[in-house]
Design a protein around this ligand. Structure first.
Ligand code: GUN
Length: 294
């Protein structure tokens, strides 16, 4: 049976390290990292996510600035707020919660954020930096996956990595990160021929497709490490349940190690947001020596 990769414990430990670094920064320089969140509209899931982000920001000793705007907010009003936060020295990170209402273009808003404060790593400058291997802010979920993989495997060089899913926020940045780690990277997706065969070649299998239990147990090579990014709400015997993109029980028969859902990748995302906020603060104050290792 596979080892269970405990993302909840890893995230807890990462937050503890961030708390220590944040306290030290405040003591020695009087700088307190600050994260601003912007939530537009009434999406209930987004409200839960943002509330969690703000709670955890305060819990590690950072300043949290939350802006809640009505669904009918104009794009111009949102851009004005982003511009104010760009110019506010107390704000080191800016997160605009997605999805935005349909009348607002998300890329226009994201690209209006100062790239040095783009703690989501979604700004076109940061996406470009990642693509050419320059240091920049990296999307939180793939960053969290990379931390779990390095913790599990140590050196990743030469490994066959297969990523199922080609989204801009997970699949593509995950591929760039693993390429930087000298993996041989394949991105598979809904049009991939013989998906099962492609997955069976993976030493590292990252599932980020958003389809419940799509990756079957016998698609997992014996000894592979499986990272399941999926969080799918399904109903089983009349009960609501969260499942990943991987058929966990069957995959665990083949894998060396696997992330569970919940308790795997999920908790890493907010921890990495706080990590990015801390790193961004150090960069903005020319204190590279205080930055944390990956
Ligand atoms: N909505 C769902 N996930 C995310 C995320 O990681 N960042 C932002 N900004 N919005 C989201």
């Amino acid at each position: 049976m596979a080892e269970i990769i405990d993302g909840k414990a890893f995230a807890q430990n990462l937050r503890k390290r961030i708390t220590g670094q944040t306290a030290q920064l405040k003591n020695e320089t009087n700088i307190q990292p600050g994260l601003a969140t912007i939530l537009v509209g009434e999406d209930p899931a987004s409200h839960v996510y943002v509330r969690n982000k703000n709670k955890q920001t305060k819990a590690v000793g950072m300043a949290s600035f939350h802006h809640e705007l009505p669904a009918e907010t104009t794009q111009q009003a949102l851009l004005t707020l982003v511009d104010e936060l760009n110019r506010d020295d107390a704000v080191n990170g800016i997160l605009v919660q997605l999805p935005l209402p349909a009348h607002i273009d998300p890329m226009t808003v994201i690209n209006a954020i100062d790239p040095d404060k783009d703690v989501d790593g979604f700004h076109i400058h940061n996406v470009g930096k990642l693509a050419i291997g320059e240091p920049g802010l990296v999307s939180c979920t793939p960053l969290g996956c990379l931390m779990l993989l390095k913790d599990q495997l140590g050196e990743l060089s030469g490994k066959n990595a297969v990523i199922v899913g080609r989204s801009n926020i997970v699949g593509k940045p995950m591929a760039a990160l693993l390429l930087q780690q000298h993996c041989t990277v394949t991105i598979a997706h809904s049009r991939t021929r013989d998906l099962a065969g492609v997955c069976r070649r993976a030493d590292i299998l990252v599932a980020a497709v958003g389809r419940p239990e799509m990756i079957k147990g016998d698609w997992v090579k014996p000894g592979a490490v499986v990272i399941d990014v999926g969080i799918n709400r399904v109903e089983i015997d009349g009960k609501a349940k969260l499942v990943g993109d991987v058929d966990y029980a069957a995959a665990a028969e083949h894998a060396e190690a696997i992330t569970p859902v919940p308790g795997g990748v999920g908790p890493m995302t907010i921890a990495c947001l706080l990590y990015n906020t801390y790193q961004a603060t150090c960069m903005q104050h020319d204190m590279a020596e205080r930055m944390m290792d990956l």
